[in-house]
Design a protein around this ligand. Structure first.
Ligand code: HEC
Length: 164
């Protein structure tokens, strides 16, 4: 089927109803086709979390950390932590032809998952605060606590292996 597009980009009137119906039909399909993208984006976000935490740890190891960079890393981690719950829309688990380590428990125990995400965000906020305070020992402690929150969520909600 071809749409007739007028010079201003609009569809001609007789086609509008059909176009609207097609758009509704397409959203269902697009939703299913979108899951691999959601999973890939989620994994990219986690990689970014890992990179930022590593960069921050590298700063903490310096005798004279670059506090500007440490604060920027902590900020990025906090922003990612705040967004984390949105990376797991319902139906984005295994079974869509894309490898994922997200366990079904994320969606069957939503309260526990939300709690793990909240604890993580809380620790990320502590991290930002410590980076602002320019106290290397405090920042090291907060980074360790944050890392423990990563591990604790992974133990419960991340599978050891990828599943299709
Ligand atoms: C609230 C739960 C939760 C927290 C907190 C969490 N993760 Fe994860 N993480 C997951 C889940 C679930 C997956 C699997 C995602 C998938 O494969 O779809 C994952 C996957 C990953 C991956 C693999 C990404 C890939 O390429 O497949 C890395 C790396 C990672 N997390 C690092 C971290 C780091 C570092 C932290 C802490 C700074 C962290 N995560 C905090 C739940 C969490």
């Amino acid at each position: 089927m071809r749409f007739i597009v007028t010079p201003n980009g609009g569809l001609r009137r007789p086609m509008l109803l059909i176009a609207a119906m097609l758009a509704i039909a397409a959203t269902g399909v697009a939703g299913a086709a979108g899951i691999p993208q959601i999973v890939h984006a989620r994994q990219a976000h986690f990689k970014s979390l890992g990179r930022n935490l590593k960069a921050l740890r590298d700063q903490i190891r310096q005798s004279h950390p670059n506090w500007g960079m440490a604060a920027a890393d902590a900020n990025r981690i906090e922003r990612l932590a705040a967004a984390l719950p949105t990376w797991f829309p319902a139906g984005s688990g295994k079974g869509h032809g894309v490898k994922t380590r997200a366990r079904a428990a994320i969606w069957s125990n939503p309260r526990q998952f939300a709690q793990a995400a909240r604890i993580f965000l809380n620790r990320a906020q502590n991290l930002t605060q410590a980076a602002g305070g320019r106290d290397r020992r405090a920042l090291g402690l907060r980074a360790r606590e944050l890392g423990q929150a990563c591990g604790s969520c992974h133990r419960r909600f991340r599978a050891r292996r990828s599943w299709w």
